[in-house]
Design a protein around this ligand. Structure first.
Ligand SMILES: NC(=O)c1ccc[n+]([C@@H]2O[C@H](COP(=O)([O-])OP(=O)(O)OC[C@H]3O[C@@H](n4cnc5c(N)ncnc54)[C@H](O)[C@@H]3O)[C@@H](O)[C@H]2O)c1
Length: 256
């Protein structure tokens, strides 16, 4: 028996990285999953690799009507949604003299707005099913600030707060809202992070990645699957009495 037998889920940013690993883990545990992403062909490839239990949805989480259309497509095809994983996210570094209004808005629109408006779209569908589980993506970057990462860190701190408020608001609907705060996970995003640190700290490409991995108490960067398995737990009925929490999945980097 799988931990998510019979459940229907939607994973934003599901085409690659942590999102793809979550789609794989959910299907392994018996769920049907909509792989929702801006990257159409990568989302299709991920869904194809999972067979009949997955479908690809082209979705831009900065566009509320794109989210609504995606949610409607899943509801029409499979009859509802029990799980929403708000994993889509973007990272950009900028020192205070280089922050632009456009970058500020874009990171907030994807990381914070994308989460809020995806929750807004699924809540009526979950209410019809008698409840559901939502998992948002924060970060260890939301637990404390970092130089030159003001915007990203603050979007992830906002996710911790959004998770708490909506968990309280939706508790009466039997909808649990939790978050995961990953540490350093080896995904395509970290290649972007590494390249930007190389620019800001003058380090050769790859050095920052090695340094952050060595500094983790468990001794290595995480794999996407290290994050996907705790996400399955939070999505499952095993976590039925857990809501409003942000779970650190970071090899011991942050203690709370
Ligand atoms: N990798 C890490 O070390 C790490 C650490 C902490 C938190 N996180 C968070 O985990 C989540 C996944 O990160 P990842 O490392 O797998 O990133 P990634 O860049 O490898 O994958 C992110 C996915 O989100 C999609 N996406 C981006 N903008 C979108 C939009 N507007 N609409 C729909 N999809 C969009 C991308 O196309 C991509 O498929 C993000 O929220 C990230 O902030 C990652």
């Amino acid at each position: 028996m799988g931990m998510l037998d019979g459940k229907i889920g939607l994973v934003t940013g599901g085409a690659r990285g942590i999102g793809r690993a979550i789609c794989e883990a959910c299907v392994r545990e018996g769920a049907r999953i909509a792989v929702a992403d801006l990257r159409e062909s990568e989302a299709q490839e991920t869904a194809n690799s999972l067979g009949d239990a997955a479908m690809a949805i082209t979705m831009d989480v900065t566009d509320a009507s794109s989210i609504q259309n995606g949610v409607a497509t899943v509801e029409e095809a499979w009859g509802g949604i029990d799980l929403l994983v708000n994993n889509a996210g973007i990272f950009n570094m900028a020192s205070i003299d280089k922050i632009t209004p456009e970058d500020y808005r874009h990171q907030y629109d994807v990381n914070v707005g994308g989460t809020i408006f995806a929750i807004q779209a699924v809540v009526p569908v979950m209410r019809k099913r008698g409840g559901g589980a939502i998992i948002n993506f924060a970060s260890q970057a939301g637990r404390r600030g970092e130089p030159n990462i003001t915007i990203y860190c603050s979007t992830k701190a906002a996710i911790i707060s959004v998770t708490q408020s909506l968990a309280l608001e939706l508790a009466g609907d039997n909808i649990r809202v939790n978050a995961i705060a990953p540490g350093v996970i080896d995904t395509p995003m970290w290649d972007i992070v590494d390249a930007q640190f190389s620019e800001y700290e003058g380090k050769p490409i790859g050095q920052k990645k090695r340094e952050v991995g060595d500094a983790v108490p468990l001794g290595r960067m995480g794999d996407p699957a290290d994050v996907a398995d705790p996400c399955v737990f939070l999505a499952s009925d095993t976590a039925r009495y857990i809501t409003a929490q942000t779970l650190n999945v970071d090899g011991g980097n942050w203690m709370s």
